[in-house]
Design a binder for this molecule. Structure first.
Ligand code: PEP
Length: 251
């Protein structure tokens, strides 16, 4: 079953008021590609301004706390993201798993708290270079999924998985199409084992150095249902050709 492609930008710690025009341009041009879902995940403090600037376009967060409220200085709850105008959030990005020492259990709790309030979730997994080179990529990603997938898909909101090999993020290196295909097939099997037939409806995005020049090839791989894009999502001129490539594969 071919799923509608999702192309989501991860702006990381980039984005000021002056960048709202870039978001407006991306949102306006994305309307030309109704066969693709497009989203931008921006810094939490920019969400409300971005959402107001582009009504109807999907603006997301990049992280969420697993608790609904409480003594968590500097953190943002799922309800706060929703209240600010977000419709989705990333969880478990490797930069957070590494720098903030987030465990699979943390990522699972974050995903569940977001889904429970109706936020769509992009849950990231991916192996390090050392793991890839020693042949352990499938095992590592499988273990991350086992530990971080939400218990059920019963929420109204949608879960997507982003396979992001850490060594491909921001480096210009990407796995071969065969490696991407094998990993996505393995993630799909895990999702079906876990959720039954519903696991076939979970979109699996590829992330890591996606750009205009490689997007068409990546989107042509079986079980690649979209992309999570970092650096190339910051400028409309770089991001829109990726959206166009997804639309072209949709036919
Ligand atoms: C990311 O960090 O989610 C990412 C995919 O980054 P880049 O596209 O810059 O490799």
């Amino acid at each position: 079953m071919a799923l509608k492609k999702l192309v989501a930008g991860n702006w990381k710690m980039h984005g000021l008021s002056a960048d709202l025009d870039e978001i407006r341009e991306i949102a306006a041009a994305s309307r030309a590609y109704p066969a693709v879902d497009v989203a931008l995940c921006v810094p939490a403090i920019l969400i409300e301004r971005a959402a107001r600037a582009v009504p109807g376009f999907a603006i997301g967060g990049q992280d969420v706390h697993f608790a609904a409220r409480g003594a968590h200085t500097g953190c943002t709850s799922a309800e706060m993201l929703l209240d600010a105008g977000a419709s989705l959030t990333i969880v478990g990005h490797s930069e957070r798993r590494d720098a903030q020492r987030e465990s699979d259990a943390d990522v699972k709790a974050k995903a569940e708290s977001a889904l429970a309030v109706g936020l769509n979730v992009i849950l990231c997994v991916g192996e390090s270079l050392a793991v890839r080179e020693t042949g352990g990529a499938m095992h590592t990603v499988g273990a991350q999924l086992d530990g971080s997938l939400p218990d059920s898909l019963e929420a109204e909101a949608e879960l997507a998985i982003a396979y992001e090999p850490i060594w491909a993020i921001g480096t210009g290196k990407i796995p071969t199409p065969t490696e991407i295909g094998e990993m996505h097939a393995s993630i799909r099997s895990r999702l079906v084992e876990r959720y039954g037939a519903d696991g076939r409806g979970v979109r699996i995005l590829y992330g890591g150095s996606v750009k205009a020049s490689n997007a068409a090839e990546i989107f042509g791989i079986a079980d690649v249902d979209g992309a999570l894009v970092g650096g190339a999502s910051l400028k409309a001129a770089d991001f829109l050709p990726i959206v166009a490539a997804a639309a072209a594969v949709e036919g």
